[in-house]
Design a binder for this molecule. Sequence first.
Ligand code: ATP
Length: 346
Amino acid sequence: MRVLGIEGTAWCASAALYDAETDSVLIESDPYEPDSGGIHPREAAEHMSEAIPEVVDRVLTAAEAEHGPDAVDAVAFSRGPGLGPCLRIVGTAARALAGTLGVPLVGVNHMVAHLEIGRHRSGFDNPVCLNASGANAHLLGYHDGRYRVLGETMDAGVGNAIDKFTRHVGWSHPGGPKVESAAAEFAETGSGESGADSVADLLDLPYVVKGMDFSFSGISSAANDAADDGVPVEEICFSLQEHVFAMLAEVSERALSLTGADELVLGGGVAQNDRLREMLAAMCEVRGADFHAPEPRFLRDNAGMIAVLGAKMAAAGDTVEISESAVDPSFRPDQVPVTWRSGESV
Ligand code: ATP
């Protein structure tokens, strides 16, 4: 089966072809980069309306060149969560394409796709999943036909919390990679000459974990205040990362412990951060658990993960009629009946 996936929940207009027979994924993406500030929903939607037809055309042309006119067996699209104006453009494109090609339509939950791509690439059986993305942050575990939300942010998504600080100090979007570089620089040199000591050089920032839930709004504001007080920005970046990622590592460990799982997969754009992966890998090693983060092209928003999960759903007969295929900006992962794992015992 070959599935054409379309992604466009916020900033990344992307199309992909997944070939289940060869397990290969072709991805074409065109990111929206705001001139200033964060993501503006109207500008992002304008970007989608221009970029989605182009990335779809590139993938479809390549697919038909290789496989002929029947190259696509189903069209999958990100149905939510995300920005309504962007989702509606993606939904319209996917419906039109499925109709034109005469193939079934599959509506994919973007957060479950972030998780499933890690399970798919790792071959893990029943992992706990930490989704560390821009607009979201949550821990998911599978039980009785659904991915259950074991813990989640009580306010901002992890990437958005970091980007809020970088906007405050005047850095362009996205801020996460810039914070990673600045933090790494500080870790090399520290406030003195001998390099940062991860405890002694930490600023005192809010660390808020309640069970398996957590909060980032306080830490973004405290980081902004520290910048206003003249604390060097590299020092703030270092402490911001250490605090935020330690919160994520703590709740991930608690989820592994309470579920008895011995596999952790990481998903979402923030998962591209080396320090986050290092901390989670170290925690898993101590517990004797396996850890996997897919390669970067599957971590940031991308249509590859939509096409891969779309193929699993289509194979399970989990397609959607065009009349029932409305997008859902608040689509939660635990609303999704997990049809493609129905043969599994867990
Ligand atoms: P969601 O998937 O929840 O809809 P999103 O659409 O914002 O979120 P993602 O691609 O998952 O998209 O994540 C984007 C976020 O990842 C941005 O906030 C960005 O700053 C952050 N990010 C990207 N690279 C890094 C990095 N190296 N370190 C930390 N954060 C990063």
